[in-house]
Every structure is written in structure tokens, then in C-alpha cells.
Design a protein around this ligand. Sequence first.
Ligand SMILES: CC(C)(COP(=O)(O)OP(=O)(O)OC[C@H]1O[C@@H](n2cnc3c(N)ncnc32)[C@H](O)[C@@H]1OP(=O)(O)O)[C@@H](O)C(=O)NCCC(=O)NCCS
Length: 232
Amino acid sequence: MNSSEGEELVREANEVSPEKLFSECCDIQSKASSTLGTDLELHLYSLKTLPPALQQWAFNLVKENLYDEYVAAKDTGWSDEDKQREMTEPNARYIVVNTMGGDARPVGFVYFQFTMEESCDDKDEVKNDEDEDEGSEESGEDVQIPVVYCYELQISASYQHCGLGTHLMSLIEELGRRYHMLKCMLTAFKSNTAALNFYRKRGYEIDGISPSNHLPPRRAARISYEIYSKVL
Ligand SMILES: CC(C)(COP(=O)(O)OP(=O)(O)OC[C@H]1O[C@@H](n2cnc3c(N)ncnc32)[C@H](O)[C@@H]1OP(=O)(O)O)[C@@H](O)C(=O)NCCC(=O)NCCS
């Protein structure tokens, strides 16, 4: 697949309405082995259909779950403005899990996008520390491929370890397959060992474009995150 074919697939996937994507999720759920509890339901939104109060709730949940990790990461830090901007990109899609009944409320979500991402699978071409000058981080033959990128996966503390994270990742992976994306990708802090174990158990590996796979070791060590991916 060349880059323009990939871009066309991403463009088509981004044009799919939230209603159509939601019906695909229902279809995937009906065939999936992992099931959502009977007291929980899904909603799917594009940025345009995401209610502002829900967007604020999602932002607050990221902050509640990961603020300390961001602050501890000297190369990123936490910025309300940057995170708000990141979470309101035009092609954003959200799948939100809600409780049902009288006190219906959101308890977890995944924020993803269909997008083009760099691909560099030549993991052997890691630079030496001697190459540490600016602009020396490129290695291998970089191409762009269509991916489903998981920007946030966040579950409220009292609903963690109930299978929701697994369920939401399975959904976006299957949506990715249906729309011919080649990989599912995500970025995670090296310090977030619980999340890293979670992703590794679900088949994710450090991607070729991740710092530790293409930067000199000393530079890679100063970066707080890795990029993980799973071939779809
Ligand atoms: C990391 C995170 C997304 C995982 O989501 P989750 O809903 O807790 O994950 P799951 O419940 O699907 O799976 C977690 C574990 O619970 C277990 N589990 C699932 N259902 C269970 C149940 N009914 N009872 C007990 N354990 C259960 C799973 O087997 C899994 O264990 P394993 O990884 O050893 O296989 C979630 O913990 C979270 O939001 N963390 C804070 C934010 C964060 O770090 N996000 C990721 C940023 S990169």
C-alpha cells in the first residue's frame, strides 16, 4: 500500500458518521467473546456530537488518572491547554461507557482517531550515542501508514479490572480492521507499568518509531514515553 492509498482509506474512515460507526460497534460486540456488563452501555461520538460536559468529564478523568505521571515526566509535564487541544482534534472519536438506570453516568472511555502515522520497521538501524547531534534521529526508510491511534484509554478507578479497558481496545482494533487500518497504536509513559503490562498482554509491542527503537540509547533514556503498536 502506498501513502496516497493509505490517506484515501483514512479519509474514508473519517467520513463515516458516528451513527454508522456505533452500529459497527454493536455488530462487533454481538460477535465478541468479551461482553459489557448488563448494567453498562456504550455511546459513540465524533468531536461534533460529543457534549461539552462529557468532554470536560473525559478531560477530568485523564487528569485524575495520570496527572502525577505527566508532572513526573520532565520532558512533557502537564498543561490543561495542551491536553484540551489534544482531546479536541477535528477527527476525534470517543467511545464512552455509561452506567444505566437512575444514576446513569460515564465510567470509562477510549478516544481514538483514524490517521496516518510514520512507520519505520527497521528496528536494527538504531543510532549510536556518538550520533547524538540534533537532527540525527531519523533512521530507516520512513513511510506513512493508515492506523487507528488510541490517544486515551481511561477507566474510572472503581470500574478498573472489570474488563472495560479490554473491551474498548478490542472494539477500536476491530473497527481498525474493518476500515483497513494496518496497526493500532498508542503512546504510554514508561513509568505506567500497570498500563504497559495491560497492553503487552494484549499483543502490543514497542513500535519501530518509538524513541528506544530509533534514537541513540542515551537520548532514548531521557524520553519518558514509548510508542506501542499491534499489527491488525
Ligand atoms: C490501564 C487501564 C486502561 C486498563 O483498563 P481496565 O478496564 O482496568 O482493564 P481490564 O479490566 O480490561 O483488564 C485489567 C485486568 O483486570 C482483569 N479483569 C478483567 N475483568 C475482571 C474481573 N471481572 N474481575 C477481576 N479482574 C478482571 C483482566 O484480566 C486484566 O488483567 P491482566 O492484564 O492481567 O489480564 C485502566 O486501568 C486505567 O484506566 N488506568 C488509568 C489510566 C491509564 O493508565 N490509561 C492508559 C494510559 S496509556
